[in-house]
Each structure stands twice: as structure tokens, then as C-alpha cells.
Design a protein around this ligand. Structure first.
Ligand code: GLC
Length: 746
């Protein structure tokens, strides 16, 4: 019986929720048919390397890869987009290779596929876990309709350094918020059934510690303690694993002198042994090969062996496994058992995705045509964009009135590309709704002027943004327009490609001429509303910030940038966003986070020998958890009740004292007791609840703390429950110290 016919037995349709036992038996059956080279082929991932619907590549790199594919040397492909392309490549794998094992198609569906939601850091600012889950669900729906069955998301790296461009991709500085959001995103992408055609495998990345790159410089060295690893870096990864995330991805960086792709402590000890993770670990792009640049491996062959031994199951774009692993096994430098384990994990994912039952499950041209860009996706993307925005200043100017005399200016006023954000995958330049369009829905005769251009040149994932530092063309005209109106709305900030991978900035001020332009504007105009587009916390100097009439942080809102901003400016959405990351006063304060350890001499102090700067306050401009609303909320004196079983009930009453319905995010922070197992932050987020409140309404919010939620890890990863005096706060942001509660845990 031809092998492919034999293997076709595994393609038999079966219940999508195939039991794990079936998978293992079916995996065993497939593996018994595989040669060593075919096994290693499953461990190899190539970038989409040619237009598969076109002729076979004539020569060169693509031809080599095509031949490797046909020999069964590829297990997965990334960045292939569209059912036609996916089907063509899958057809080669299924019909032209000896065993016909289907490919997995991966892609960075980070904040949408073609209908872009706000960047993940912006979505985190919504603190709305249901909306965040729905956003991921929609990304999966749209991407799977285009043939994708694996996303390299959620990125769950904790970072306290806004100079690092990839803060846009995560959920900010806090491990608790990061863990809750990681869970929501995994659930959104994967749904309840990975084999369903509208769900995709998720990937917790980058394991682990990439967000701690020194000086915020991408791909730079990291140096953090095991104590930080267990208490700050791992919690979101653990949450993703507990949510059932299908895959993990290595970090580019090293921990304790070991590059993550070779780190058996992270992959074999923590992930696969302690956490009993049964999914698959993929390297990051070329990260196996980069062991040589790290000075860890002397050759690609050695890197391949180190990665395979450490538990890296799939090689993204190093060609290390496909070139060197078979020899390593044959020469007994790598046990075949390591290969078998990796292949088992990869095949398990393919079975779970239903690809063995139907390799073309995600290749439905009709579904592609009716799903991508659907009205539902657009509606939800707009809602998410509104919820992500954070009102940072408002001197009674917002919301604007319809009869208000306003003009719009600024480099981003009519920009249809910059606000899309960095990971835009299949979205085309020019597809964002600009602020001009958004505001024209309210002010049909809106007058606007861009002022000096912010950048020029190519706007692409792989191209640097050319920032304008000199050309003031348009400055005078925009200034004159501003002075002709009562209120000047000015849209400034970063291009989506000024944050994201490879986009670190040493200065996090407004790029180019924008800061000078804004300074001139606020010096001449008393009612300036700044709409700030950014992929990270930015610094607006005090001499400008204090003159602003209002400041709305729009982040990079995605496809519905302009209509979302306009809805917030005009009060059709009462801003509810809260900062997931601290806004520093100066780069000199960085890294900084609300949950910093206090040290032995916590500043500031009027005396000299305390932890402080001589030239700057310790405090940020805007703290973690901060955000204003058009409503005003008051908090009652909180109450506390300790239950016999060690649980603690805390409650507070919130009143909306305004005339406008709004949503308050009540945050529960605590200072844990002294512990010989390790120091603790000055305060840390333990829980939060979002509270929609009608005008004048009062609601009670109740939190329950269990002994397990009052715990921390020691440097060996052992969890220790708090014993002693705990101080707690139920407050609107991390800097608010009103009405603390204290209780003792015996
Ligand atoms: C990139 C990123 C990673 C991404 C991968 C595939 O270099 O570091 O997050 O998923 O390559 O695009």
C-alpha cells in the first residue's frame, strides 16, 4: 500500500474534539513511518519564500527551499497570506512529499489581520478583558479566513522601559495585568476548539525576559535576577500556559548568560517539567543561528545541537536543524529521543488544528471573501479603539461642543497610514480613517492644516522612518489657522513604524519638529487640545504640558483611528482608558514602574541620603493605572472583613458625582508583609474591576483576597504565602494613597 495511502488513514474525518489518547496513538502511527530526515523536516520553519501560485522558482534560495519542501523538509511556513497561496503550498506538502504531512501556517496577527485594532498596549489601556478577548477572537476569525492557523501572539513581555519599541506589542509593566490580558488573548485566539476553522493556535512570546533589554535597545543584552524572573517576568507566561496556549516562542535575548533558544532551564525545567507544558516551542527568527553572535555557539552545527538538547522544537529561519541535526543524531551528539519529542509536539499541534483531518480546513475562498473586512470586524475595532484611549489632561475643554469653533492641525491630522500601528500584517498603507474624516462627521466645514511634515520616505515594516528635522513648510499657515479659531485640536506623535521591533528610541519626545511646533502653538493659543498618537509612553515637557487645554492619548488606534478619536473628543464615548505603563518625566528616570522595589532608603526626602535625584522628582508625569473621564467619581472609606478561612473581603462604594454616565476602573493594590524569602514592591496590583456608573449612581465594589493572591516567589521559584501585616488600597490609580486598609495574615 503506497505510504501516502496508508497515511491517508489519518486524514479520516473524526470528531473535532479528538481525545488526547487518539492523538498520541495517531502520532505514534505517523512517526513510525517517518525517516529521521522527515522528522527533522517537521522541526523546520521557513518564511513564505515565493509566490507558490506561480511557476516553480527558477533558481537560488527559493529553489533550494522548494526542493527541501518537496523532500518533506518543512513543517511550517510563516508570512504566507491568502487562501490561494496557502492552498498552493499545502498542496505541495500534502501531494508531493512522501508522507503528505500538512504544514502549519504562522503569522504575526498581533492586533488584527487586515482590519486593525489598536496596538496591544493600547488595548491593555482599556482594562476591558472581555473586549481584549473579543479583539483577539476577531483577529483569529479574519486571519484564519486567509488560511492562517497559528499566530505569534500574545506577546507577554513585561517591560518598564518605553525606549524599547516593542512595548507597543505587550500589556505594559505589571505582571498581574499582564497575566490577566495574556489569558484573555489566548482564549480569544484559540477559542474552545483549535480544530474549528475560525480559531488559531496562539504563541506566548518571547520566553523569557526580552522586555528587560538594557537601555531599552532592542536585541540588547539583558541582566535580571531569578527573583525578577519569577516575580515579574514569568507570571504572564504562566497565565498563558494555564489558559492552554498551544505554543511558546524563544526570546532573542540571554538569561544568566544563556541565549533563550539554548536555555534548558527555561524550556525543559520550567516550561516542560515544572509547568508540564505539552505544546511546542518555536525559536524566534534566526535566534538559533544568533547563538554565534551571542558568543555561545561556535558554529551553526553547534547551535543546532544546543537548541535541540535544550528543548527548542522548531527552528524559525536559521536552517540549523535542516542542515545539521540529522548528522548530530547519527553521530550521537543529540539523542533521537530529543527529535522524537519535538516532532511529537509539532504533530500534536497539527492534529489539534484538524490539519490531518483536512489539510485545507483553513482554505475556504468563500469564507475569505465574506469574512475579511466584515462590518462586524470594523464595528468591534472601532469600539476597542474608543475604549483604549486615555484622557490625561482636561481643563474643562473636552468634550467639545458641536457648535464650537474648532480647527484641526498637526502632522497626523490627515494621516491614513501612521495610526495603523506597527504589526499591520495584511493591512495596506492608507487604510486608516484619519482624524479629518472622523471630525468632519461632527464639523462638516472643518478647517485643517497639517503644518510641517513629520516624516518622509518609505512607510514599511522593514524601512526606517525619515524624520523631518528641518523643513518648516506649513508651520506659519497652520499657526495662523490655529489663531483664527477658539479651539485648536492638534494631532501629533509617532508613526506606527517608530515603535515596534527594531524601533528603539533613546529620546521619547515628540519626533522631529513636532515638539517645537507644539511649544510655539501653546505659547500663542489658550485652548489647545493635543491628540497624541504613540506606540509607547512619550515625554511632553512640562512647559508645554501645563499649557495644554486637554491631552488625549490615542496610541495607535488601528483602522478606526479618526472616528474613534472624534467620538471621544465630542463625548460620544466617555474616555475610560487607564495607563498600563508609567509615563516618565525624563529618560533619565528609566527604567521605572509603579511597582518598583523601594530599596532601603525610599525617597524622596528633604535630606540628602535617600533614594532620589537632585534634579528631578522621583515621580512620573502620569502613573500606572491613571486616566481621566468626563465623569467624576468619589470613593467611600473602604471596608475590610477577615474571614476564618484566611480570605479577606474588601469593599468600597463608588459614586458618579457628574451628569455623565461613565466607567471607573477600581484598582486594588497591596504592600505585602516583610518576608525573609525576598523583598516586595512598594505596592502591587492584586485585582481590578470595571464599573459602569450612570450619572449620580453609587455602586459597591467587593474584592476577595485569598492567601494565594497574597504571595510571592523566592529566587528559587518557591511560592511563599504572606504572613504578617498587609496594607491595601482601593483606588483609581497606582499613585493614589487615600484610605489605606491594614490587616494581618497569621
Ligand atoms: C520577529 C519577532 C517575533 C515574530 C517573528 C516572526 O523577529 O521577534 O516576535 O513573531 O520574528 O515574524
Amino acid at each position: 500500500m503506497k505510504l501516502r495511502l496508508l497515511l491517508s488513514l489519518f486524514f479520516l474525518p473524526c470528531a473535532s474534539l479528538v481525545s488526547a489518547q487518539n492523538f498520541e496513538q495517531r502520532i505514534d502511527s505517523v512517526m513510525r513511518l517517518m525517516t529521521l530526515d522527515e522528522k527533522i523536516g517537521q522541526m523546520n520553519q521557513f518564511n513564505g519564500f515565493w509566490n507558490a501560485t506561480g511557476p516553480v522558482p527558477a533558481e537560488g534560495n527559493s529553489l533550494e527551499r522548494y526542493e527541501i519542501l518537496r523532500k518533506g523538509g518543512v513543517g511550517s511556513v510563516l508570512n504566507v497570506q491568502g487562501v490561494k497561496e496557502v492552498r498552493a503550498l499545502q498542496k505541495i506538502a500534502v501531494e508531493q512529499t512522501r508522507l503528505g504531512i500538512p504544514l502549519i501556517f504562522g503569522c504575526d496577527v498581533i492586533h488584527g489581520y487586515k482590519t486593525l485594532t489598536p496596538i496591544p498596549l493600547a488595548e491593555a489601556a482599556s482594562w476591558d478583558l472581555q473586549a481584549i478577548e473579543k479583539s483577539a477572537r476577531n483577529g483569529a476569525t479574519e486571519a484564519s479566513a486567509a488560511g492562517i492557523n497559528w499566530t505569534f501572539a500574545p506577546m507577554v513581555d513585561i517591560s518598564r522601559d518605553p525606549r524599547w519599541g516593542r512595548v507597543m506589542e505587550g500589556a505594559g509593566e505589571d505582571p498581574y495585568l499582564g497575566a490577566r490580558i495574556a489569558t484573555a488573548r489566548v482564549r480569544g485566539f484559540q477559542g474552545d476548539d483549535l480544530s474549528a476553522p475560525n480559531t488559531i493556535a496562539a504563541c506566548a512570546k518571547h520566553f523569557a525576559g526580552y522586555g528587560y533589554v538594557q537601555a531599552g535597545r532592542d536585541y540588547h543584552h539583558t541582566d535580571f535576577s531569578a527573583y525578577t524572573l519569577y516575580n515579574n517576568i514569568l507570571p504572564p507566561f504562566k497565565a498563558a500556559q494555564e489558559a492552554g496556549v498551544a505554543t511558546f516562542m524563544n526570546a532573542f535575548t540571554a538569561y544568566n548568560g544563556v541565549p533563550a533558544s539554548a536555555d534548558s532551564f527555561l524550556m525543559r525545567q520550567i516550561l516542560k517539567k515544572d509547568w508540564a507544558f505539552k505544546g511546542m516551542v518555536v525559536s524566534d527568527w534566526g535566534s538559533i543561528q544568533e547563538m554565534m553572535a551571542h558568543g555561545y555557539a561556535a558554529s551553526l552545527q553547534e547551535a543546532a545541537e544546543l537548541a535541540a538538547l535544550a528543548g527548542c522544537d522548531m527552528d524559525m529561519e536559521s536552517m540549523a536543524y535542516v542542515r545539521h541535526l540529522a548528522d548530530a543524531v547519527r553521530q550521537k551528539r543529540v539523542p533521537e529521543a530529543r527529535v522524537n519529542e519535538a516532532v511529537r509536539r509539532i504533530l500534536r499541534l497539527k492534529f489539534a488544528l484538524g490539519l490531518f483531518d483536512d489539510p485545507y480546513r483553513y482554505c475556504d475562498e468563500e469564507r475569505e471573501a465574506t469574512t475579511i473586512g466584515s462590518a462586524t470586524l470594523h464595528k468591534d475595532a472601532l469600539e476597542m479603539a474608543k475604549k483604549s484611549m486615555v484622557l490625561l489632561e482636561n481643563k474643562g475643554i473636552l468634550p467639545l461642543q458641536l457648535n464650537e469653533d474648532v480647527v484641526l492641525l498637526g502632522a497626523l491630522a490627515n494621516d491614513r497610514t501612521a495610526p495603523l500601528g506597527n504589526w499591520r500584517v495584511s493591512a495596506d498603507n492608507g487604510t486608516a480613517i484619519p482624524l479629518t474624516t472622523g471630525l468632519q462627521a461632527y464639523f462638516p466645514d472643518l478647517r485643517w492644516a497639517g503644518g510641517p511634515v513629520a516624516w518622509s520616505g518609505i512607510e514599511a515594516f522593514h524601512a526606517p522612518i525619515q524624520v523631518n528635522e528641518t523643513d518648516t513648510t506649513g508651520w506659519a499657515g497652520a499657526m495662523a489657522l490655529a489663531l483664527s479659531a477658539k479651539t485648536a485640536i492638534v494631532a501629533l506623535g509617532e508613526h506606527g513604524y517608530q515603535s515596534g521591533e527594531g524601533r528603539s528610541r533613546a529620546s521619547i519626545h515628540l519626533p522631529g519638529l513636532q515638539e517645537a511646533f507644539l511649544r510655539a502653538l501653546v505659547q500663542q493659543h489658550p485652548r489647545v487640545v493635543l491628540v497624541l498618537f504613540a506606540g509607547r509612553p512619550l515625554i511632553i515637557p512640562d512647559d508645554i504640558r501645563t499649557k495644554l487645554g486637554a491631552l488625549l492619548l490615542a496610541w495607535q488606534p488601528g483602522t478606526h483611528a479618526g472616528d474613534a478619536v472624534a467620538a471621544v473628543l465630542l463625548g460620544d464615548h466617555n474616555p475610560s482608558g487607564r495607563l498600563p505603563m508609567t509615563f516618565p518625566r525624563h529618560e533619565g528616570q528609566i527604567p521605572m514602574a509603579y511597582n518598583d522595589y523601594t530599596g532601603g532608603r525610599p525617597g524622596p526626602s528633604k535630606e540628602v541620603f535617600w533614594s532620589q535625584y537632585n534634579d528631578l522628582p522621583n515621580s512620573p508625569v502620569y502613573p500606572f493605572g491613571y486616566g481621566l473621564s468626563y465623569s467624576t467619581f468619589t470613593y467611600s472609606v473602604p471596608k475590610l472583613q477577615q474571614l476564618p478561612n484566611g480570605k479577606v473581603v474588601l469593599s468600597v462604594e463608588i459614586t458618579n458625582t457628574s451628569q455623565v454616565a461613565g466607567t471607573e476602573t477600581v484598582q486594588l493594590y497591596a504592600k505585602l508583609p516583610a518576608s525573609k524569602h525576598g523583598i516586595s514592591p512598594g505596592r502591587q496590583l492584586l485585582d481590578f474591576q470595571q464599573l459602569p456608573l450612570a450619572a449620580g449612581a453609587t455602586k459597591k465594589v467587593v474584592f476577595m483576597l485569598t492567601p494565594g493572591s497574597l504571595a510571592h516567589f523566592d529566587a528559587q521559584g518557591q511560592k511563599h504565602l504572606a504572613k504578617g501585616k498587609v496594607t491595601a488600597w482601593l483606588v483609581p490609580n497606582s499613585a493614589d494613597v487615600a484610605n489605606s486598609l491594614t490587616f494581618v495574615i497569621d
